[in-house]
Design a binder for this molecule. Structure first.
Ligand code: NAD
Length: 393
């Protein structure tokens, strides 16, 4: 039996061009010229400037003779305000191309800034599926973490602080958010500290696994997800232990972009519903929000697609000779737990300052993220959420 719904038509999304490889960052000047860039707005966060990552980018702009301005005010899990300010700045300076460089926070902010430089209002007005009226100004994205895959997705996530009673993570989904060019240079990731290497790598693994077991999985997303799962399982602990290992950085960069493309087409499930809730309620970064609930959601989901979870275990080099599908699927949970433990990453909700008495509030908030449940391999109701949160402690 095929492991994807072969009777159903499906779409595949990807950036128009991916320039990938060690040293690819120096292509940003020529790529900007090809896109008609006359004045570039570079969008990033202060951590990237401090880590010295902008140097090859500055050199490439200088040798191509392209003027640029720096907007380095992106905050983690970017508030919608940052996107609106960046777009106003880019418009007032008459920039005609946006280059986003950084982790998912900077890339998502750059996506929103590109879109809102060409559209009226606030980024919050266009959150939701297909609500951006017009294409943004041309966009180049350059990831410096191997994690979100934002350079290859149609999504951006902004934090909405406008309601003092409730913080929410809002997602905009549109093909106008795919970059014209993704420049993925593993050399930009060697300065990522060990904990952020682990957090972002686990995010990429979660993307690949969720796309793989999604009810929308397609042959396209499966092929990408399988490669990403195998390479992350193998190389993530190595990059965590030795950040300068270029082979590990290379395959993690490749994996996070592939995982982004996999979920841009295959979709995401309950892991991201719970992670977005934790991120908004506890101001937890995206990676830790996933680590805190990943094993509990996997355990819940196993019966929804035991064959695919068993395959995840095999991709992570586990031997399941003679086991039934469901027993083999359980080995996938063990493989991910082992990966987390090897990198000394806490994986229980209580490790992240969440108390059991918060469960009712978390369940209510997660129900507002229920759009993620449609593609989850197992149906989820309110009472199921409660047991998943209890299991996560
Ligand atoms: P991040 O962008 O917030 O970066 C985390 C920290 O790492 C920052 O302080 C940053 O300065 C630092 N950093 C990044 N690269 C570095 C480098 N090379 N060297 C040293 N320090 C470096 O973290 P993230 O996990 O990459 O992104 C998280 C954001 O992405 C969240 O807002 C999340 O919601 C979003 N996200 C978006 C998508 C999408 O498809 N658009 C998917 C998943 C997550």
């Amino acid at each position: 039996m095929p492991d994807f719904p072969w009777q159903v038509q499906h779409n595949f999304f990807s950036p128009n061009k991916i320039s990938f490889g060690l040293g690819a960052a120096c292509n940003v000047g020529p790529e900007s010229l090809l896109l008609g860039g006359k004045k570039i707005l570079v969008v990033t966060d202060p951590g990237i400037v401090k880590a010295g990552i902008l140097e090859p980018i500055r050199e490439s702009f200088q040798s191509s003779g392209v003027p640029y301005l720096l907007f380095d005010r992106v905050e983690p899990e970017p508030p919608s305000r940052v996107v609106d300010e960046g777009a106003a700045y880019g418009r007032s300076e008459m920039c005609n191309l946006v280059v986003g460089i950084g982790g998912g926070s900077s890339l998502d902010a750059a996506k929103g800034i590109s879109a809102m430089m060409a559209n009226e209002g606030s980024i919050l007005d266009v959150c939701g599926p297909e609500r951006i009226p017009k294409p943004g100004v041309p966009l180049i994205l350059m990831p410096t973490t191997s994690g979100t895959g934002s350079e290859a997705t149609r999504a951006l996530v902004v934090t909405d602080y406008t309601d003092p009673k409730m913080t929410r993570k809002n997602t905009a989904l549109s093909s106008f958010l795919l970059p014209d060019v993704a420049i993925v240079d593993p050399l930009l990731t060697v300065t990522v500290p060990p904990r952020i290497t682990a957090d972002t790598g686990i995010d990429a693994l979660a993307h690949a696994m969720e796309a793989y077991v999604s009810v929308n999985a397609t042959p396209f997303s499966d092929i990408l997800a399988e490669k990403a799962i195998a390479w992350i399982g193998n190389y993530l602990p190595i990059a965590w232990a030795k950040g300068s290992n270029l082979e590990a950085r290379y395959f993690l960069s490749l994996s996070s972009t592939l995982a982004g493309m996999a979920f841009a087409s295959g979709g995401l499930g309950a892991v991201h519903a719970l992670a977005h809730t934790l991120g908004a309620e506890y101001h937890l970064a995206h990676g830790p929000s996933i680590e805190a609930i990943l094993l509990a959601v996997m355990r819940y989901n196993l019966s929804g697609n035991p064959q695919k979870y068993a395959r995840i275990a095999a991709l992570m080099r586990k031997n399941m000779g003679g086991l039934s599908d469901l027993k083999a699927a359980e080995v996938a949970v063990e493989a991910v737990r082992e990966l987390l433990e090897n990198m000394r990453i806490p994986y229980r909700l209580g490790d992240y300052g969440v108390s059991k008495t918060d469960i009712p509030k978390l369940v209510q908030s997660t129900m507002r993220e229920s759009r993620f449940f449609a593609l989850n391999p197992r149906d989820i109701k309110e009472e199921d959420l409660r047991s998943i949160y209890e299991e996560a402690f």
